[in-house]
Design a protein. Structure first.
Length: 387
């Protein structure tokens, strides 16, 4: 970001330092015009600047007029957008120049041109072509042409936001041009899954990943053709036995226990420079015995996320997916000096045993992680689905 800012500042600095004559020599006519106008607004008697402006203004308009003539001579039906933009450039350029005093306009031989009607005619013809051509593209009933039609209709709306029937045609283009993707869950584990487990998985918010020309569904629609399918294949589901471990261990802590005198080598109390007895903190090691019970159970779900093309039935790509759910409950008691018990251990003191979750609940609780992992895979590989 910092580099972009520095580059932008450098460009602005170089532009500010470039003279109108330099812009003219480079063929950057509009930059030369803007520079000259800015200077002539401050001092309309700068003859050199008037000369630059006159030349740049003539060359710029000549370039646009040459473009228009070339387009008209081509005889192609799709020329009117470009013609409109050329007229629009000349209109905007004229507005810049006409800010100058009349004496300057006289010196550059400026004659006001009414571009409004020229622009209006070009805009009308451009809209008529875009409307007719987009309809022809939609008749082909294929994705790429539908997307081109949508782009043309979008450009038409920039000319005329309320052009008749455009919204309906754009909806048709979206319907034809969009790749639809169906998300399917397949159970290959030989284990009967509870229905609410699959229902919960199908709540995955793939709709958040929709983008232009790409739509995800988790429920099949009778009115849509699905170009691609994404299968979440559940291949392995394993739930461990319920395990109860009894642990016994010691925790210690070094704490201050008053003070003690410092003795010299003869066993006498040492004195400081003021004659006071020298004392230092006294530390002792305290201990506590912990008896802990750990209740553990885990569930493992493994599978793949497979991307298929329904156009030819081919597997595009497969991604492994694994998630685990662990139940861990600790409780215990302590004997000895409670000051030695660590903060984490204190949390389990006084707790009691609790029931283990059943196997189905252990499996069900992998759901959120499965959805999150699947979402990440689909999000990062949407590019496989947009052709």
């Amino acid at each position: 970001m910092k580099k972009i800012y520095i580059f932008a500042v450098l460009v602005m600095f170089l532009t500010a330092c470039t003279s109108s004559t330099k812009f003219l020599q480079r063929g950057q006519y509009d930059a030369a015009i803007n520079k000259s106008v800015k200077k002539l607004m401050k001092n309309p008697n700068k003859e050199e600047e008037i000369g630059v402006l006159k030349r740049a203004y003539e060359m710029a308009n000549q370039k646009n007029n040459d473009n228009i003539r070339s387009l008209q001579y081509s005889g192609q039906p799709d020329i009117w957008e470009s013609i409109f933009h050329n007229y629009d450039q000349m209109r905007a350029r004229q507005e810049v120049v006409e800010r100058l005093p009349q004496n300057v306009l006289t010196k550059i031989n400026h004659v006001h041109v009414d571009y409004n009607q020229l622009r209006a005619d070009a805009k009308t013809k451009a809209a008529e072509f875009l409307y007719a051509h987009s309809q022809e593209l939609l008749k082909n009933n294929n994705r790429q042409d539908a997307r081109k039609a949508f782009d043309e209709l979008n450009r038409l709306q920039r000319f005329y936001p309320n052009y008749p029937n455009v919204r309906s045609l754009m909806d048709e283009a979206i319907l034809i041009g969009t790749n639809n993707v169906l998300f399917v869950i397949k159970n290959e584990t030989r284990m009967v899954m509870p229905k609410d487990f699959e229902d919960e998985l199908l709540k995955i918010t793939l709709k958040k990943l929709n983008q232009q020309w790409l739509n995800f569904d988790t429920r099949e629609s009778d009115v849509l053709y699905y170009d691609y399918s994404i299968f979440l294949n559940l291949k392995t589901i394993d739930v461990s036995p319920e395990m109860v471990k009894e642990l016994s261990y010691e925790e210690t802590s070094r704490i201050r226990d008053g003070d003690e005198y410092v003795l010299d080598q003869n066993g006498n109390v040492m004195k400081d420079s003021l004659g006071n007895d020298i004392k230092v903190p006294k530390y002792v090691i305290i201990k506590a015995q912990i008896e802990e019970v750990r209740m553990e159970k885990s569930a493992l779900v493994q599978g793949t996320v497979d991307f298929y093309s329904n156009r030819d039935g081919q597997l595009i790509k497969t991604f492994p997916i694994t998630t685990t759910n662990t139940f861990l409950h600790r409780y215990g008691r302590a004997f000895g000096d409670m000051r030695a018990v660590k903060a984490d251990t204190k949390k389990i003191l006084g707790l009691k045993a609790m029931p283990f979750p059943n196997d189905l609940q252990m499996i069900y609780d992998t759901n959120e992680d499965l959805k999150s992992l699947t979402m990440d895979i689909v999000r990062n590989n949407r590019g496989l689905l947009v052709n």
